[in-house]
Design a protein around this ligand. Structure first.
Ligand SMILES: *Cc1c(COP(=O)(O)O)cnc(C)c1O
Length: 466
């Protein structure tokens, strides 16, 4: 079935060829956009005032409302406004908010026991999540996993493990990278404002090399990789490098998809030099890009992979998974943490993974991507400010520039995002230059909602560029 809609009458692939998502996955939330008040409404305004009196200002707020309920592709605020969700809490609620598979397992677990500390008195859920990760992640080699609380903590541990295995110290990261907000992961992250500014000194032995950013560097993957490798070779020394750490598609950096061959060239260089190749799939993982992991699109098999965000339907959980001999390098007692792999979070992950299998969410993410990219490309024909439409599956974005130049247009991105919020569509911005609008819908969103959100985006672009 083909659905003709959108600007320029583009022929847009339908999600209809995929099985419909069960109605109960909407969590009782009416699946429509609705504005009951101005945004923010009076009850949200009251809470915003309490928020600024009680909460540190360092925590930003994308949408100026307070949430009461969420499900399917919709977030409901305390004033009864219903927003179409193109953010999924930053690629977290891929199975939808309060997915019934997640809720029932969490309820059972929380009633059975809430915490024992896996290192003190273990439980099966932790092992089952590790087994699932070892099966689902790229490569058929023998693997081990370890669980943590947050993405940053997983990245920190991946670096610990790589250093322990190689007995080397240097870690190589790339331009535009985002790996978290703890001390080591700030050092690994590229962008000063807002992530690093004033928070130094940062961890040592971190080296940054060029990446592949096809829109802006116009190089093929092999050429871009050669430049990165030359820098590692000349400035760091391959035999000093414990790990090369990279997001297969950069998230906060602007949904930058490297040119084909870039990742595989870097991975091969790592293999040849005894360097641990770590894929940070915290944002790209768990069906988001139309495959279980973004590395799968290029047949790249990382030595270690970090996951978090989409893994547990909204509960805090993160993991490092990888080659058994690397994962088992640290001594007994060298890894862990009080809460890492908490039983409730593990139950949520098992529910979330089951839901992804049940609804074949990797295929659904791919179909969402086809629909969105078709419509976004039609918008690109209409608006010269859209320099590029890019992404994979349900992780896609538009990069905005001053027409006819490559100058980033961050004020336009901010204005369009704000206009979408006022019209009841939750979109996020990203990018080193702040000029990227990124879209991360829940993978169970309905097709009509997706079209409506894109209609609103198109209106907002038209108004802001008029
Ligand atoms: C979000 C993110 C992190 C950090 O995860 P937290 O859970 O916020 O600590 C690390 N790497 C990537 C690629 C991310 O998108």
């Amino acid at each position: 079935m083909t659905n003709v809609r959108g600007s320029e009458g583009a022929s847009v692939p339908s999600l209809g060829r995929l099985s419909a998502v069960p109605a109960e996955w909407a969590n009782g939330v009416e699946q429509s956009r609705h504005l009951a008040t101005a945004v923010p409404g009076p009850r949200s305004q009251e809470l915003l005032a309490r928020r600024s009196a009680a909460v540190a200002r360092g925590l930003s707020a994308t949408l100026p409302v307070f949430v009461e309920r969420a499900g399917g592709g919709v977030v409901v605020d305390v004033d009864g406004n219903r927003f179409i969700d193109l953010g999924s809490g930053i690629a977290v609620t891929s199975v939808g908010n309060a997915n019934p598979e997640v809720v029932s397992r969490v309820q059972d677990q929380v009633a059975a026991f809430t915490h024992t500390c896996f290192m003190v008195a273990p439980y099966a859920g932790y092992v089952e999540v590790c087994e699932a990760l070892n099966n689902l992640t790229p490569g058929t080699h023998e693997k081990r996993s370890a669980l943590f609380n947050s993405g940053a903590e997983a990245v920190e541990n991946a670096v610990k493990i790589a250093r322990s295995f190689t007995k080397r110290q240097a870690v190589v990261v790339v331009e535009h990278a985002y790996h978290g907000r703890t001390n080591l992961t700030m050092a690994l992250t590229a962008k000063d404002m807002p992530y690093k500014h004033g928070f130094g000194p940062f961890a040592a032995e971190v080296y940054r090399v060029p990446t592949s950013y096809p829109l802006r560097d116009e190089r093929d993957g092999a050429t871009a990789a050669a430049q990165a490798i030359a820098k590692i070779t000349k400035e760091v020394g391959p035999d000093q490098v414990a790990a090369v750490l990279i997001e297969p598609i950069q998230g906060e950096g602007g949904f930058i998809v490297p040119a084909p061959g870039f990742l595989s060239s870097l991975a091969n260089f790592c293999t040849q030099n005894g360097i641990v190749f770590i894929a940070d799939e915290i944002q790209t993982g768990f069906a988001r890009t139309g495959a279980w992991f973004a590395c799968d699109h290029e047949g790249v098999i990382p030595d270690l992979i970090t996951t978090a965000k989409g893994i547990a339907g909204g509960l805090p959980l993160a993991a490092v998974t990888g080659r058994a001999e690397i994962m088992d390098a640290p001594h007994v007692g060298g890894l862990g943490g009080t809460y890492g792999g908490n039983p409730v979070a593990c139950a949520a992950a098992l529910g979330s993974i089951a839901a992804m299998h049940d609804a074949d969410l990797p295929s659904r993410a791919a179909a969402i991507g086809e629909l969105m990219m078709t419509r976004l490309r039609a918008m690109q024909e209409r608006f010269p400010e859209i320099a590029e439409v890019r992404g994979r599956g349900a992780m896609n974005a538009i990069e905005l520039v001053q027409p006819g130049t490559s100058t980033p247009h961050d004020t336009l991105a901010a204005a369009v995002a704000k206009a979408c919020h006022a019209k009841g569509v939750l979109v996020l911005t990203a990018g080193t230059y702040g000029n990227v609008l990124r879209f991360l819908p829940p993978l169970i969103i309905g097709e009509d909602l997706l079209h409506e959100a894109l209609d609103v985006l198109e209106e907002a672009l038209a108004d802001a560029t008029a």
